[in-house]
Design a binder for this molecule. Structure first.
Ligand SMILES: CC(C)(COP(=O)(O)OP(=O)(O)OC[C@H]1O[C@@H](n2cnc3c(N)ncnc32)[C@H](O)[C@@H]1OP(=O)(O)O)[C@@H](O)C(=O)NCCC(=O)NCCS
Length: 169
């Protein structure tokens, strides 16, 4: 896949806080992603989840390219152990994957979290090998495994990254 054209268009990729108008597109990305079917999340459930999160002021950001929503990331500052950031959900539209959008969203999320947190955690399903490779490439390391944590039969892999340039004392 030729990644260059979109990477060159990176300056046109905007990452902005979610607003009501973006909720249907984010829900569509979730519904079109095979992964989330394992967790029983379809369009309606995603729509209700994003709507509730939006109303509660959760930290969700969307990537917009040429007026279209092409991805999202949901972060929870101090969401792990009351002291570390947590990346709750990240997704890129299926047809737009592998072009740098996920990396841009993750870097943006880490930058936001670094305002409060010195490190960041996330969970990834044991069978989601492409996402595991993606996270490793982005500097995450596996630090644990949670069998049957959210869904019976799925082991959640706990991944961790220190946010550099921070005073760790
Ligand atoms: C995981 C996901 C968010 C990654 O987003 P993406 O836009 O496809 O990833 P990017 O193109 O930004 O890749 C970023 C880096 O990771 C690498 N990478 C991405 N997918 C990879 C893979 N399958 N194997 C190895 N490296 C990979 C890229 O090469 C890139 O590195 P580079 O910048 O040095 O070239 C996206 O594929 C997705 O939405 N997947 C389905 C939902 C999902 O699994 N979410 C995570 C749940 S925990």
């Amino acid at each position: 896949m030729n990644k260059r054209p979109l990477r060159d268009a990176g300056a046109n990729l905007q990452i902005v806080p979610i607003s009501k108008e973006f909720i249907p597109s984010c829900s569509k990305i979730v519904a079109e992603t095979e992964l989330w079917r394992h967790y029983g999340i379809d369009y309606d459930r995603a729509f209700s989840m994003f709507s509730t999160a939006f109303e509660s002021g959760e930290h969700i950001f969307v990537a917009v390219l040429g007026g279209d929503v092409v991805g999202f990331v949901w972060i929870v500052p101090r969401g792990m152990f009351g002291r570390s950031g947590y990346i709750k959900l990240i997704g890129v539209a299926p047809q737009m994957r592998g072009h740098g959008i996920g990396g841009a969203l993750l870097s943006f999320a880490e930058n936001e979290l670094s305002k409060h947190d010195k490190d960041v955690f996330l969970l990834v399903s044991h069978f989601n090998s492409s996402a595991i490779r993606f996270y490793k490439k982005m500097g995450y390391v596996e630090v644990g495994r949670l069998p049957d944590y959210a869904v019976k039969g799925i082991t959640e892999i706990l991944m961790w990254k220190r946010l550099t340039g921070r005073d760790l004392s």
